[in-house]
Write a protein that binds this ligand. Structure first.
Ligand code: FMN
Length: 409
């Protein structure tokens, strides 16, 4: 469906070449100061035509707020917003009238609905993510203001070019061949944890690739240009950190925090993989090294000395940094001829014309941040509503001490 969230509810609409794309955001708290500029900044980071590493489709993606606020303050009513599709080129992809693009959504949409948009990717196009990015920017404004929550995503790999082990998430750190060697502790390096706790969007945006490591970014640029020149494409991964999230978010058992996060991330077009914390690497680390020991923090609460868990245990946030990585495939639309079949089954060759991203990860960064913000916002509203309902009850004095959190001394 086109709606995500329970209390902070985002519905997006629009296809790649229709008049506009946008969203209705229901459940935004009233009284939040909000301007189009708060939203535009992330839409501009997402927009196409930013560099020679992205599609040349040229859109300014200027947001128009339609409802839900007056005098720059939210009313608590649904916020409607839209962005006009200006650089529309219906029938840009004429070959695709005959051929479903291999690994794109043309064939499956037609099989499912029996009818599909006449040009571009229709609803499956990344234009749809404009509504998400706008909604995420609204959520972020609240999260930052009220909780100091910060969300920063960056590109961690393009093809086989990875961040160096010292700065990479655990699963990007190669393992040695010795299956008797349990010493994989370095995979969660202090440098990576420092990167997670300090990285900013300004730093990420210094690089066209959005990989905040100069040498790696340069190699990534070359890799993307090589794909582009070969009329081909290449995939990559985006790593994201969410800082200052309070403990207690997530709705076990089916809506565990990481399950909802994975749902949100895997709904982004071109995603193929999601992992949180140690991810697949965690399977190689013995419990004695993978466990995150507890320690008392300055405020008296418990924290952990390591963070293989990625800030989530039992599906509930524990107050540590939440970090996760998403895998994006190589975009399907390539101009290089490919042997395939037409809709009617006739074999042939497709060389897709039109404008394509040779690699989506630089543009996916703000989309990942937006979906992360929407998840945190929704889970916060749910947990706050539970806490507020419980706070109205008379205090219970009869429970055995093992059932409640002891006061720290
Ligand atoms: C920011 C972004 C830009 C994209 N640009 C393209 C593109 O230019 N060409 C293309 O074939 N796919 C592109 N995609 C991916 C397609 O939308 C997606 O692969 C397609 O809808 C099929 O869906 P699936 O990959 O999720 O199965 C892009 C995805 C994102 C997130």
């Amino acid at each position: 469906m086109s709606t995500f969230g329970t209390l902070f509810r985002v519905t997006t609409y629009g296809e790649s070449h229709c008049a506009s794309v946008g969203a209705i955001i229901d459940g935004c708290p009233p009284g939040l100061e909000l301007s189009p500029a708060d939203i535009q900044v992330q839409l501009t980071r997402r927009r196409p035509g930013q560099s020679n590493l992205t599609t040349p489709r040229n859109e300014k993606d200027l947001v128009q707020l339609q409802s839900g606020l007056e005098h720059g303050v939210t009313l608590g009513t649904p916020i409607g917003l839209l962005v006009k599709n200006e650089d529309q080129r219906p029938h840009d992809y004429t070959e695709t009238d005959l051929y479903p693009r291999p690994s794109h959504a043309d064939y499956t949409y037609l099989e499912k609905y029996g009818v599909k948009a006449s040009s571009g990717g229709g609803r499956s196009s990344a234009r749809e993510t404009i509504g998400r990015v706008a909604a995420g920017a609204i959520a972020e404004k609240y999260l930052k203001l009220v909780y100091g929550i910060e969300i920063v995503a960056f590109v961690s790999s393009v093809g086989k070019v990875h961040l160096p082990s010292s700065h990479a998430p655990p699963s990007l750190v190669p393992s040695d061949d010795n299956e008797d060697n349990d010493d994989v502790h370095d995979a969660l390096s202090p440098e990576f944890r420092t990167l997670l706790s300090t990285i900013t969007r300004e730093e990420v945006d210094k690089y066209m690739t959005r990989c905040p490591h100069p040498e790696t970014s340069e190699k990534m640029t070359k890799r993307i240009i090589r794909a582009k020149e070969a009329q081909d494409s290449i995939g990559g991964t985006v790593t994201c950190v969410i800082r200052n999230v309070p403990s207690g978010l997530g709705e076990p058992v089916f809506d565990k925090f990481e399950a909802t996060l994975a749902h949100a991330m895997l709904s982004i077009p071109a995603t193929k993989a999601f992992e949180i914390g140690s991810g697949f690497k965690g399977t190689e680390v013995p419990g004695s090294k993978h466990n995150d020991p507890f320690v008392r923090r300055e405020d008296g609460r418990l924290g952990t000395t390591t963070n293989w868990s990625g800030g989530v245990q039992g599906g509930i946030t524990n107050g540590e940094d939440i970090y996760f990585r998403i895998g994006f495939k190589s975009p399907a639309t390539i101009s290089q001829p490919q042997d395939t079949a037409q809709y009617n089954g006739t074999p042939g060759s497709l060389a897709a014309k039109g404008r394509h991203d040779p690699c989506v990860v630089p543009r996916a960064v703000p989309i990942v941040e937006a979906m992360a913000a929407i998840v945190v916002m929704d889970q916060l509203l749910i947990q706050n509503s539970r806490k507020s309902a419980a706070s109205l009850l008379p205090p219970i004095t009869t429970l055995p001490p093992t059932m409640i959190l002891p006061k720290s001394n």
